[in-house]
Design a protein around this ligand. Structure first.
Ligand SMILES: [Zn+2]
Length: 310
C-alpha cells in the first residue's frame, strides 16, 4: 500500500463497508474501532475534498485565519477587541467601536506624522488636541454626550415565533414516527415511537448503534417507514440542522452529517407518502425518554405497554 492513502482504499469492494483486515494492517486497534463507528453511505458516492475546520466543509479565509491563530494565541488586547463583535449592539456601532479600539480613525494627531504644521486643535471644543482618546473621552462635547444624556435606547429583543411544544396527533388516517437518540460513552441508543391519527401507540422500539452520529436514528426511522405502504407517515425529530437539511431544497448540509442525510433522502425519495418535520425537544419527550432509558439499562428491542417507560 502507498504511504499516502485515501479513504476509498480503506473500503471493501462494495465501497459501502470498511475493509476490516486492511484497517487492522494500517491502524492500531483503538483507531480501527473509531473508524468502524463512522457510518458509511448506503450508496456509493464520489470522493471530494472536505475542509474539516468549517461546518459545511468548504475552505474560508476566516477558518484558515483562526486555524493559524490557534497555534499563536492573540494578545489580551486582541481578545478585548474580539469582544466588540459579540456585543448586542447595532452592527454599524460595532464597526465604529472597533475602529476606536484599533485607533485607525483619521484623527488630526495622525496627520502630524506626515505634516508637522497641521493644526491639531479639536474643532468641537477648541481646548484639546484631536486624538481618539480626546474625541471619545476627554472632549467637552463627548463628556456632555456621555454624562448628560443617560437615557439610552435599548436594542429591541429578538423573539422568535413560539413553536408548539406539545406532541400533536398526525392527520386523520396517517401515522407519525418520533425519533431520538441518547449518547453514551461508547455507543448510542436510538429509539422510535410510532403512533396513529388517534394518538394510539402502534409500536415502540430501541436499538444500540455503534456509530458517531445520533442521526442514525432518523435513517432507522425511514427504514421502518418503508413498511408503511398504505398511509401517510410523518417522521418527527428534534435535530433542527438535520431536518432543515432534509426538508429545505438547496440547503447546505454540515459535512459531518452529509453522508447520512444523503442516505435518508435517497431512501425517502422512494416513499412518496413520507414527510419530515422538526419539533422542539419538549414535543419529542417520550422518544427521548425511551432512548435514555434504553441506554441506561442496556435494554433494547420492541416494548409493549408493560415494559415501555413511555
Ligand atoms: Zn474636543
Amino acid at each position: 500500500m502507498d504511504e499516502s492513502i485515501v479513504v476509498s482504499q480503506l473500503l471493501d469492494h462494495s465501497k459501502t463497508r470498511w475493509d476490516i483486515s486492511k484497517l487492522r494492517s494500517v491502524f492500531y486497534d483503538a483507531t480501527v474501532t473509531s473508524i468502524c463507528r463512522i457510518p458509511l453511505p448506503l450508496n456509493v458516492r464520489s470522493d471530494k475534498w472536505i475542509w474539516t475546520k468549517t461546518v459545511y466543509g468548504e475552505l474560508s479565509v476566516k477558518s484558515a485565519y483562526w486555524l493559524g491563530r490557534s497555534s499563536n494565541p492573540p494578545p489580551n488586547q486582541d481578545l478585548l477587541r474580539g469582544q466588540i463583535w459579540k456585543t448586542r449592539i447595532r452592527e454599524r456601532l460595532k464597526m465604529v467601536l472597533w475602529r476606536v479600539a484599533t485607533n485607525c480613525l483619521p484623527m488630526k494627531d495622525k496627520r502630524l506624522r506626515y505634516d508637522a504644521n497641521v493644526d491639531t486643535i479639536c474643532q468641537l471644543c477648541d481646548t484639546g488636541h484631536e486624538s481618539i482618546i480626546h474625541l471619545f473621552i476627554n472632549c467637552l462635547l463627548a463628556r456632555a454626550l456621555w454624562f448628560k444624556h443617560r437615557k439610552v435606547r435599548s436594542s429591541p429583543q429578538i423573539r422568535g415565533n413560539r413553536v408548539p411544544s406539545l406532541w400533536l396527533k398526525p392527520g386523520n388516517g396517517s401515522f407519525k414516527i418520533n425519533v431520538d437518540a441518547a449518547v453514551g460513552a461508547y455507543h448510542f441508543a436510538v429509539a422510535v415511537i410510532a403512533r396513529d391519527w388517534r394518538g394510539e401507540l402502534v409500536f415502540t422500539c430501541s436499538k444500540k448503534v455503534n456509530t458517531t452520529l445520533p442521526l442514525q436514528a432518523d435513517l432507522w426511522a425511514v427504514q421502518i417507514a418503508e413498511h408503511f405502504t398504505s398511509a401517510p407517515v410523518m417522521i418527527e425529530g428534534d435535530s433542527q440542522v438535520c431536518y432543515r437539511s432534509i426538508t429545505v431544497q438547496g440547503m447546505d448540509t454540515p459535512w459531518t452529517i452529509e453522508n447520512i442525510i444523503h442516505s435518508v433522502k435517497s431512501l425517502a425519495s422512494n416513499l412518496p407518502f413520507l414527510s419530515f418535520r422538526w419539533v422542539p425537544r419538549e414535543a419529542n419527550e417520550a422518544t427521548h425518554s425511551l432512548a435514555k432509558w434504553s441506554l441506561l439499562y442496556s435494554m433494547y428491542g420492541s416494548f409493549d405497554f408493560g415494559n415501555s417507560p413511555c
